[in-house]
Design a protein around this ligand. Structure first.
Ligand code: G
Ligand code: G
Ligand code: MN
Ligand code: NA
Length: 254
């Protein structure tokens, strides 16, 4: 494909970068974390959306290189801010399920974290719910290794399709990210609302924090606050921002 013809050169030329979307407390008064999201900005300024390139890169394995590249850039940025004494929050980075089939995934990520001297807990790795389709024993042991290496771990897109609640038993994740689909076209009375409330209650009992994604309206926010959701990520508070804009936000917040 067209994308495949240029992807390696694009990576080498620095066309890939990341935006950062803040996560807020339910009152929207404090930035409590953030997610790094890959962006491909081609010469001339054309932005290719992740929706176009991530599926292609998952097919051809190039996602392994892109994820590691984004993760490395985020670690370097954090190191730089820590050295300057600037405020930081926990940043989550997406990891494709393709990684969990690689023998050296955990050791590679740990080596980058160590090289950048990132304190434990400052990076969270987001594993999409579709990892539940992989070997569950293997996923469980990878998550345990990641936690032991000082990474936070979240299940992204939780509830979008594959979740088996039973699988959570063997997965010591510390965060669940509720899929945006839950919030679409729903008041706080529909079946979706009952399910969201139940997931949040279950998560609390399992000592797992919850993030609601794609929150856009005051009604959704009020519902999530009432349901006891811990963190809000969505356009209602902020879009994904270029890194310098996010940095400014943190410094104003501090
Ligand atoms: O930023 P946006 O909402 O358009 O992202 C679209 C999708 O791309 C999301 O599902 C997100 O998880 C995925 N995505 C964004 N950045 C990365 C990345 O660095 N690695 C992987 N594997 N997926 C990403
Ligand atoms: O990794 P994940 O699939 O969770 O990626 C989050 C995606 O959701 C990104 O593409 C981001 O741009 C998008 N997003 C974040 N907040 C909102 C929102 O409030 N509404 C919509 N429609 N998309 C959002
Ligand atoms: Mn994500
Ligand atoms: Na998601």
């Amino acid at each position: 494909s067209e994308i495949e013809a240029v992807m390696e050169k694009a990576l080498a030329d620095g066309e890939f970068t990341f935006y950062i979307q803040p996560k807020y407390d339910v009152d929207g008064s404090r930035v409590v974390g953030a997610e790094a999201l890959a962006r491909w900005i081609q010469p001339g300024g054309k932005m290719v959306s992740p929706g176009e390139f991530i599926p292609v890169f998952e097919q051809n394995q190039f996602i392994l290189q892109l994820d590691e590249y984004i993760f490395t850039r985020v670690c370097e940025r954090l190191r730089n801010r820590l050295e300057q004494g600037l405020p930081v929050v926990t940043i989550s980075v997406n990891v494709s399920r393709v990684h969990v089939r690689q023998e050296d995934f955990v050791s590679t990520y740990q080596a980058i974290k160590d090289r950048c001297q990132i304190p434990d807990g400052l990076i969270e790795l987001e594993l999409t719910e579709s990892i539940f389709l992989e070997n569950l024993d293997r996923i469980g042991s990878i998550i345990r290794e990641l936690r032991a290496a000082g990474f936070g771990c979240s299940i992204d897109d939780f509830g979008s399709g594959y979740s088996s609640l039973n699988a959570l038993k063997g997965m010591p994740v510390n965060v669940i990210k509720l899929d945006r689909e839950f919030l679409l076209n729903e008041g706080d009375t529909g079946k979706g609302a009952v399910i969201v409330r139940s997931i949040i209650q279950m998560a609390k009992k399992l000592d797992i924090e919850t993030v609601a994604e794609g929150v856009e309206t005051p009604e959704q926010l009020a519902f999530l606050k009432d349901a006891g959701c811990d963190m809000i990520q969505g356009f209602i508070f902020s879009r994904p921002l270029p890194e310098p804009d996010f940095a400014r936000l943190l410094e104003e917040d501090a």
